[in-house]
Design a protein around this ligand. Sequence first.
Ligand code: QUE
Length: 335
Amino acid sequence: MTTEATVITRRDGRVGRILLNRPKALNALDLEMIRALTRALKDWQDDPHVHAVVIEGAGDRAFCAGGDIVFLREGQISGNRPAVDAFFQEEYALNLLIAAYPKPYIALIDGICMGGGIGVSVHSPHRVATEHAMFAMPETAIGFFPDIGATYFLPRLPGQLGVYLGLTGLRVKGADAVYAGFATHYTPRAQLPALSAALAEQGLAALAQFAAPLPAYSLAEYRSAIDHCFSADSVPEIVRRLEADGGAWTEPALKAMRHVSPSALSWTLEALRRGADLTLPQALDAEFALTKTTMAHPDFAEGVRAMVVDKDRQPKWSPATIETVDPATISAMFR
Ligand code: QUE
């Protein structure tokens, strides 16, 4: 272990600690980090001194902002499919390892938690959010889809909330994340170091002890409208329902849906509907298959270019509008 490591693991009292330590990259997961996490969890699985695992993000901006999508884009463009496959296979295997982990795995989420960051937290039964926690699945913005098991858990959020969040990429903050189902406990940032220390001393009981009462749910008044709009059978119909609703809550949703990849909206809706009937392992297998067809679509390289590489935020999608996406082309991307 060195302080330069992008994942720092150590034993502390009854717990094994994992620190995602790439704060300048918002602790986004590269393959080396995925491997370090996997190795630590496998070591501690059989270590009688380790009763639980606690994972946190370094710095005060992010728990984990996602995966190494620049690496994935380069692998796709250069035709290095083995490297791309290795990344997804190992990332999804880690998601499954966390879901089935035999000891408590506790994620302390303070700051940004998106994509791959959700994959190393939401599959565990113990997720603490602070008032600065910010959850999102923004992959339609890069011409991809919510993966890391999101096709399993988004359809299991209350009503159509997961479809709304998976299509729009909109953010859920603080205590709202508990109501929405991303987190199980709410603890103020100021108390997080004390909670983290208490977990090493007394174990899981510390979670309830440090949980603060939840403030009101800001999405409560839109829930039935969200369910109505996002239960539609197609993306164009969802847009028609949002326009017909006309409420203030529909503005950010429509703005987001007009900015992201029209094709990605369509394959994401299909993937989420299918995921509702799958187990987590089945959903991850289906996601792995879908990485191949979606990354081969021009919108993936273009979306990562516009949002992450060049940061001009002006992607040129093909096709350019929701109305001109061909449903048969999307259907052919699924097995
Ligand atoms: C949409 C996304 C992602 C994104 C930006 C989007 C995403 C992702 C990252 C990201 C952030 C910080 C990093 C990094 C990647 O940004 O999935 O390597 O250091 O991982 O608009 O889906």
